[in-house]
Ligand binder design. Sequence first.
Ligand SMILES: Cc1cc2nc3c(=O)[nH]c(=O)nc-3n(C[C@H](O)[C@H](O)[C@H](O)COP(=O)(O)O)c2cc1C
Length: 391
Amino acid sequence: MNTSRAVNIEDLRRAARRRLPRAVFDYIDGGADREHTLAHNCRAYDDIIFRPRCAVAVPNYEMRTTVLGTEIAMPIILAPVGSSRMFYPRGEEVAANVAGSVGTIYTLSTLSGCLLEDVKKATTGPAWYQLYLIGGHDVARATIERARLAGYSALVVTIDTPVAGMRERDLRNGMKELVTRNPWKMLPFVMQFAVKPQWLAGFFSDGGMMKFPNVVLPGEGPMLYADVGTALEASVVTWADLKWIRHAWQGPIVVKGVHIGDDARRAIDAGANAIVVSNHGGRQLDDVHATIRALPEVVAAARGQVEVLLDGGIRRGGDVAKALCLGARAVLIGRAYAYGLGAAGEAGVRRAVEILRADLLRTIKLLGCPSTSALDRSYVEVPAEWEARVK
Ligand SMILES: Cc1cc2nc3c(=O)[nH]c(=O)nc-3n(C[C@H](O)[C@H](O)[C@H](O)COP(=O)(O)O)c2cc1C
């Protein structure tokens, strides 16, 4: 794909759909159950109206900010996206490399197809490690130590995954059967791959990713793709676990997956340094509020004690601006760059970030706001019922 032709993220999404087998595209694109939250996450931005200040001359617009003390070139961070190596050869390394070159943070998922050490080496920028407690505390302790030695600067603990969400598209596409390596079970689902020879050639030349090298289970070696569902169910993260992680990891902790003010307080009590208002991109519990709608309650509950970030539904620079207006320090993007990766590897991720960066810059100029960090509530109007939720 000629990525310069992509005008917006939706163009990259369409290109990803063309290059990827249906099962892989749907794995990125899909959500849980009826996909209500997936849709709300994007649509809720429509309910926020900008209040621009016109005829404002600004000599230098500024998008740089800091998150947990680290300076980044724009308030946009790459979220953890598991199995990125399935979208494009060495996918996690490719995305991390782009993040570093544009001056932002890459977050590596526990469920990565690439070694965490290789991913850190692939980027010149800061990187965070997202932790699932798969395998229990001993396995986590070993991974935390590896992440520390490799140079990851923060640990992102995802708390919304006591079980994998019900992704109906994955079931229909045979994602379960496809990872069994049992030819008879796989047979009904292989046609979707046969019609994407370019993807197939890349996948096999990259070793045909079927395992997660950063989850090393004692006596078993790296966890296989087929075992993820069961492993996640056995790895629920509790507030007590978070306190344990607080002791095991001396650096900053980001708690990802907070929906309500009470959980923000619990996260702070357990030692979090930042919170991500996230519903996992609508992939876990369906029919929860869109994250942009949940944000004001969490920001109020945080009382300025920790930095509050947001992810979910960010497809335009205007969405980023709205989240910053409502109190987010920065946003994380998931699908926006995953579509780019699936469409065209490095060029696609770069284009996704560039689209959002240029969009955001244009938005602050049109708003008459000198910098992204100066965005606040005075630049937007939100529906009255959103305000009512803030205690
Ligand atoms: C394909 C895919 C895989 C994901 N894997 C993980 C993961 O391994 N760990 C995690 O904490 N979140 C994971 N997420 C959630 C993202 O980190 C993020 O919360 C979400 O994508 C934000 O919504 P957006 O895609 O609308 O930007 C994943 C999301 C997608 C789309």
